[in-house]
Design a protein around this ligand. Structure first.
Ligand SMILES: NC(=O)C1=CN([C@@H]2O[C@H](COP(=O)(O)OP(=O)(O)OC[C@H]3O[C@@H](n4cnc5c(N)ncnc54)[C@H](OP(=O)(O)O)[C@@H]3O)[C@@H](O)[C@H]2O)C=CC1
Ligand SMILES: O=C(O)CCC(=O)C(=O)O
Ligand SMILES: [Mg+2]
Length: 732
């Protein structure tokens, strides 16, 4: 063990499909690692775990759990960290409410989330919940920059076994629509803090009558930090939405793509504007009534439907109001769930690539595929999707069998850029001015705003920026082709370019710096010629591109290798680049088939062992190599999960992974003890293949009971996810 308190490897407890997968995979990992005295501990960062850890005083002694997220947040700032991080729920308010309700039903006396906080007590509860909603986990753990790419074997497999791709036609009406201006992109100001400016700062609002309100105090800027401020005009946004709704062509679906999870303050508000514009007739008539019922447009139409259930007049008027608008892109047309039902159902990084992979189509209320207008209000990154769509309209769908690999190096450490901005994002209560005022008296940035505008400030720190440039240079050297995605005409990017240019000069390397649209074109053009390209980007594009390119190249971002080299020397190994696949849980509950692919976990596990090996653990090196071997075999032998009942699923893929892993350990000659230990296990697993697969498949096709959704019953979950007594006896 690394030291007496720190386990060798920490595996995170999360939510939904990846957590179900862990119920099957983690016992295998622990059993195998145990043979080499490598300790694998767990830490709970699930939504339910975060909620329970937040309200200890409401719980009995037996119910209380430790605040594992806080502990992990400390650990990642040490060289000892070796964390395998699976995707967790970044909860929207409807998800948070559902989790609270489920926990209350299980006997946990936690408070409701106050929709509107009036008393001090309600405000305190709301603040505690707000700290765990949205993307509350990743920014805490990501104390390093991001390196996401596909392992060679994974990319080769995809080329040999291409997934389906929708056809693109030149006359597709699918398009991206963005605001004509007055958005975050247009209003951005940026400056790099100099020695005289370093220190404290505050954000103040000056009302038109001169009254000053402090929006945020106690900020601290180090020298070299890039500090941005910007706002999006609510008035311009609403005019934009109305114009885009009014200009819909027949047969085209209307959609909006946001990141209400990560951008947990700004984007639910933007989403709410779409909802209230779509429902304008209904709200003109019934606005007061539904407000009294606790409806807030930011929660979505799904919340409204729940609140008016049983009121025939309201239900009929809601239907009429929606029918009067253009048809929407649907999340689930069978169940009538629209794009505007839940703020976290359509998340841009996953949703736009899905539209693009399908050939520029979404699914309408009639369950039929159709071209789609994709509203992405802010212009900062919308152009990337617009350019991608134009490219495929011109060139036709991607040929997966010949495409190069597009990988990413992302500036992410220490809450870089927009993804760290929610504590400094505000919806303006009145007209006036917002200023960032430094301790030395300088007004760093100032904007005139109107009531309803969304103002925000974001930062990027010097050490992470320099580390990111270095990582970008290293990956470029390893790959050949790369570009920095920075727009010299954007305020923030211009500050970053001041760091990038001298660093490239010093390193004696030339890497082009391109604005996002041009860089998109550059990457796509090279990729279709079979060339590998590195995209060196900021935090938001890191997120967007590491779904976009993998979904086109590999069919899913779940297969990505996702490494975070922590700035203090530790390692954080994320599994895949996507989310927690709620659709997969639904399928498991309905028909006991889990199509979640654990390839991301396999890749992360291999890297985690290798990291441990680099710290001097020789047995970990043997494990790392064997995991890599097993991962390749799972791919080559087509043991990965498939979509339908009776086909391979997550559990069968774990059986094959365990078997190949044991076989590789038995076959290696670096460590005779390990070889001897695993030889009988490998033999047993191979000989009993038929019995094990039959036991796993016996339960398929029938509903499965997990005893919960956000907080499942561990015994029931283990029964569903480890159904083979034969395999369990071998694994132990
Ligand atoms: N790192 C993190 O912690 C992240 C967390 N999230 C969270 O995940 C939740 C869901 O987000 P959403 O945007 O729907 O994105 P998801 O990535 O969870 O799902 C989108 C689709 O991707 C496919 N997919 C994802 N992972 C796998 C896998 N391992 N194996 C096979 N297919 C996979 C599935 O497609 P199909 O249905 O076709 O099989 C799935 O429906 C949200 O709560 C979000 O906040 C999102 C991104 C990252
Ligand atoms: O933390 C989140 O909410 C999402 C993270 C994400 O999408 C990513 O890192 O790719
Ligand atoms: Mg993402």
């Amino acid at each position: 063990m690394a030291n007496s308190d720190t386990p060798d490897i920490i595996y995170t407890i999360v939510d939904e499909a990846p957590e179900l997968a862990s119920a099957s995979l983690l016992p295998i990992i622990r059993s195998f690692a145990g043979a080499a005295d490598i300790s694998v501990a767990t830490r709970d960062i699930s939504l339910a775990g975060r909620i329970l850890a937040t309200f200890p005083e409401n719980l009995t002694d037996e119910q209380r759990i430790s605040d594992d997220l806080a502990a992990l947040g400390d650990l990642v700032k040490t060289p000892d960290a070796n964390v395998i991080k699976l995707p967790n729920i970044s909860a929207s308010v409807p998800q948070l409410n559902a989790a609270i309700k489920e926990l209350q039903g299980q006997g946990y006396n936690i408070p409701d989330y106050p929709t509107e906080a009036n008393t001090d007590e309600e405000k305190a509860i709301q603040a505690r919940y707000d700290a765990i909603k949205g993307s509350a986990v990743n920014p805490v753990l990501r104390e390093g920059n991001s390196d996401r790419r596909s392992a060679k074997a994974v990319k080769e497999y995809a080329k040999q076994n291409p997934h389906s791709m929708g056809e693109w036609s030149a006359d597709s009406k699918t398009c991206v629509a963005s605001m004509p201006g007055n958005d975050f992109f247009a209003n951005e100001k940026s400056a790099t803090i100099n020695a005289a400016q370093a220190g404290g700062a505050k954000i103040v609002f000056l009302a038109e009558d001169g009254a000053e309100t402090v929006l945020k105090d106690g900020l601290k800027y180090e020298e070299g930090t890039v500090v941005d401020a910007t706002f999006l005009s609510a008035k311009t946004l609403r005019e934009f939405i109305k114009a885009e709704v009014a200009s819909m062509e027949p047969g085209v679906l209307f959609s909006v793509h946001l990141k209400a999870t990560m951008m947990k303050v700004s984007d639910p508000i933007i989403f709410g504007h779409f909802v209230s514009v779509y429902l304008e007739d209904f709200l003109a008539k019934h606005g007061d009534k539904v407000k009294a019922l606790g409806f807030n447009p930011n929660g979505g139409i799904g919340d409204l439907e729940a609140k008016i259930k049983g009121d025939a007049e309201l239900e009929a008027d809601l239907k009429a109001a929606l029918d009067a608008k253009p048809p929407m892109y649907m999340v689930n047309s069978d169940k009538g769930i629209t794009n505007l039902h839940v703020p976290s159902d359509v998340i841009i990084d996953a949703s736009m690539p899905a539209v693009i992979r399908a050939g520029g189509i979404g699914w309408g209320p009639d369950g039929k595929a159709a071209d789609t207008k994709c509203c992405i209000p802010d212009n900062s990154y919308a152009g990337v999707y617009n350019e991608t769509i134009n490219f495929f309209k011109e060139n036709g769908k991607l040929d997966v069998t010949t495409a190069g690999a597009v990988s990413n190096v992302g500036l992410m450490a220490q809450k870089a850029e927009e993804y760290g901005s929610h504590p400094t994002t505000f919806e303006m209560a009145a007209n006036g001015k917002v200023q960032i005022v430094l301790a030395n008296g300088d007004v760093l940035h100032e904007h005139s705003v109107e009531a309803g505008d969304i103002w925000r400030s974001a930062t990027a720190k010097k050490a992470p920026i320099l580390d990111w440039i270095k990582l970008g240079i290293n990956r470029t050297k390893a790959t050949g082709l790369a570009a920095f995605w920075l727009d010299a005409n954007r305020a923030h990017d211009a500050e970053l370019i001041k760091y990038v240019e001298p660093a490239l000069k010093e390193a004696g390397i030339e890497i082009p710096i391109m604005a996002p649209e041009a860089a998109t074109r550059f990457s796509l053009e090279n990729m279709v010629q079979g060339k590998d390209v590195v995209t060196i980007t900021g935090n938001v594009l890191r997120d967007y591109l590491t779904d976009l390119f993998p979904i086109l190249e590999l069919g899913t971002s779940a297969k990505m290798l996702s490494i975070v080299s922590l700035m203090q020397g530790g390692g954080l190994f994320e599994t895949g680049a996507g989310g927690s696949a709620p659709k997969h849980v639904q399928q498991l509950v309905e028909e006991n088939h889990l199509r979640w692919d654990s390839l991301g976990e396999f890749c992360a596990l291999g890297e985690s062992f290798k990291f441990l090996a680099d710290k001097g653990n020789a047995k970990a090196a043997v494990f790392g190599a064997a995991v890599e071997d097993a991962t390749q075999k799972v791919l080559l032998n087509n043991n990965s999960p498939e979509r339908k009942v009776g086909q391979n699923d997550n559990r069968t893929s774990h059986y094959f992974f365990a078997r190949y892993w044991a076989e590789a350990l038995a076959a290696q000659s670096d460590d005779a003890d390990l070889a001897a230990h695993f030889a009988p296990i490998a033999k047993d697993l191979a000989e009993k293949e038929r019995a094990i697969l039959a036991e796993i498949q016996a339960a398929e096709g029938k509903p499965a009971d997990l005893g919960g959704y956000y907080h499942t019953d561990p015994v029931k979950t283990a029964a569903v996810m480890r159904p083979s007594a034969t395999m369990n006896a071998i694994i132990g």
